[in-house]
Design a protein around this ligand. Structure first.
Ligand SMILES: Cc1cc2nc3c(=O)[nH]c(=O)nc-3n(C[C@H](O)[C@H](O)[C@H](O)COP(=O)(O)O)c2cc1C
Length: 214
């Protein structure tokens, strides 16, 4: 493997200001649909996004989560409120999201402020999840140290026994977060690394669109 030799040329499309929606959330929605419908391989989760969080004291960390809704002009995902990310977002609600859709040579970056979903919203989504995922959320203290795999599997079995034949309630420590964006950047790969970058920032109640240098 030679990392220095690995490179792709991007030539599928370009981005022109006149083709971009005034509202970046509308633009995002159309890119998400295109990411899904324009040759996405079956295994690719186009709603997977990198979520970067900070503790507010200079420590930053990131991981993948799944976008589960675009509602009320927010990007929604679900997780454990007591996980590393949950604790960081409690300390500092500033987050960054990043989608990478390699098959269309696109990236979208979203910076914004996060807030918890209402209990009702979290419970509604929790009840729509497969039973196994519900049990996993009950059994796992996400991000805590666990002795071994067996401990986890025992916790899962014990949750399955506890709720046998019953509806599994959404744990108090589990729920949604909505990110209200204050900036969104659309990136389209171009030849010679002269990529197109269209960046929106919110000023008062309107979005300003600018082109950034690649
Ligand atoms: C494709 C993919 C999707 C994931 N989706 C979620 C998700 O929606 N919610 C979640 O809590 N973790 C999700 N994870 C696991 C997280 O990346 C992460 O390991 C976990 O949330 C713990 O993160 P933390 O310790 O930083 O809090 C996903 C991982 C992958 C690879």
């Amino acid at each position: 493997m030679n990392l220095e030799e690995m490179r792709q040329s991007y030539s599928m499309a370009g981005l022109s200001e006149k083709d971009m929606a005034d509202d970046p959330l509308v633009q995002f929605q159309s890119w998400l649909v295109e990411a899904l419908n324009c040759g996405a391989p079956d295994w690719l989760e186009v709603n997977a996004m990198t979520l970067a969080t900070t503790d507010g004291h200079g420590s930053v960390t990131s991981r993948i989560v799944l976008l589960k809704a675009l509602e009320d002009d927010k990007f929604w995902f679900f997780t454990n409120y007591e996980s590393i990310k949950g604790r960081q977002m409690q300390a500092c609600p500033k987050v960054s999201l990043c989608f990478h859709w390699p098959h269309v040579q696109r990236q979208v970056r979203i910076d914004g402020t996060v807030e918890k979903a209402t209990r009702e919203r979290s419970e509604t989504y929790f009840q729509s999840r497969p039973r196994d995922s519900q049990l996993g959320a009950v059994a796992s203290n996400q991000s805590d140290i666990v002795a071994d795999r067996e401990t986890l599997e025992r916790a899962m079995e014990s949750a399955a026994m506890q709720f046998d034949g019953q509806t599994i309630p959404c744990p108090e420590h589990w729920g949604g977060y909505g990110v209200t964006p204050h900036s969104i950047e659309f990136w389209q790969g171009r030849v010679g690394r002269l990529h197109d970058r269209i960046h929106y920032t919110r000023s008062d109640h309107q979005w300003i669109m600018q082109r950034l240098s690649p």
